[in-house]
Design a protein around this ligand. Structure first.
Ligand code: AMP
Length: 229
């Protein structure tokens, strides 16, 4: 799909995924005066009208948000930086850090694992590109094993020695006898915008971005971030 075709008359489409990011995004969108008119957790519809007539929401899988936005299926989207880094962020604009759903992308494994040895570790992860880049940067040879979930299981059954996953409180790692070993990146959710849409609908999109930015600043003025950013 080409967002550059003359469909400026249609509604502005915002791609969101259900769950953690959606719950934390809603108050920010509320402050910007845009919200879905139905609860996506209760609706089976994939396109939800917005409270403002010129906006609608697309409910997609988190890992599909950058794809919809890059190819013009959606004009805007909200996505975790982890998903964006794995997708490759070049195809979209990333005007705003929403500073929500914060966590860290980490290398984890058993506490006794010595990363300084020259052995070729096996690394289970759904973040294969991020992991490959990280270990290449560290000058370490690894074998990457692609998984789609429950990465913590892999070391427990000998599938890998290491995992690369997002860590919030660390309690999932701890419950499985694992510890964080190396920090890769701070993660938070980002507002992303299709490049062509930003040109064609610049005034409306800028207005929305500015209003959401004000809401982010207001929230963080009273709640300083844990990493001081
Ligand atoms: P925790 O036990 O709090 O460290 O949470 C770890 C698990 O929750 C991970 O395995 C992730 O699947 C998930 N998780 C935590 N934070 C996030 C986030 N911000 N975005 C997506 N998934 C997350």
């Amino acid at each position: 799909m080409n967002a550059g075709r003359s469909d400026t008359g249609r509604r502005l489409r915002i791609a969101l995924s259900k769950g953690r990011i959606f719950d934390e995004t809603l108050p920010l969108f509320d402050a910007a005066g845009i919200r879905p008119s139905e609860d996506p957790e209760k609706s089976r519809k994939l396109i939800l009208p917005g409270s403002e007539a010129d906006v609608e929401f697309l409910i997609v899988r988190a890992s599909d948000v950058p794809t919809y936005v890059q190819h013009g299926g959606a004009d805007l989207g909200v996505v975790g930086k982890d998903v964006l880094m794995e997708h490759g962020a070049e195809g979209v604009l990333e005007p705003l850090d929403l500073k929500i759903a914060r966590c860290r992308l980490m290398v984890a494994g058993f506490p006794e694992t010595d990363l300084s040895t020259s052995r070729r570790f096996r690394v289970a992860t759904k973040y294969t590109d991020c992991a490959r880049r990280h270990f290449a940067r560290m000058g370490r040879q690894v074998e990457i094993i692609k998984l789609y979930g429950s990465m913590e299981l892999a070391p427990l059954v000998g599938l890998s020695e290491l995992i690369v996953d997002v860590v919030d409180t660390g309690s999932t790692l701890k419950a499985n006898g694992l510890v964080p070993l190396e920090h890769i990146s701070h993660i938070s959710s980002r507002l992303i915008v299709n490049r062509a849409s930003m040109k064609i609908r610049h005034a409306r999109i800028s207005e929305i971005v500015d209003r959401i930015a004000d809401a982010v600043n207001a929230v963080n003025a009273v709640r300083p971030s844990p990493d001081g950013s």
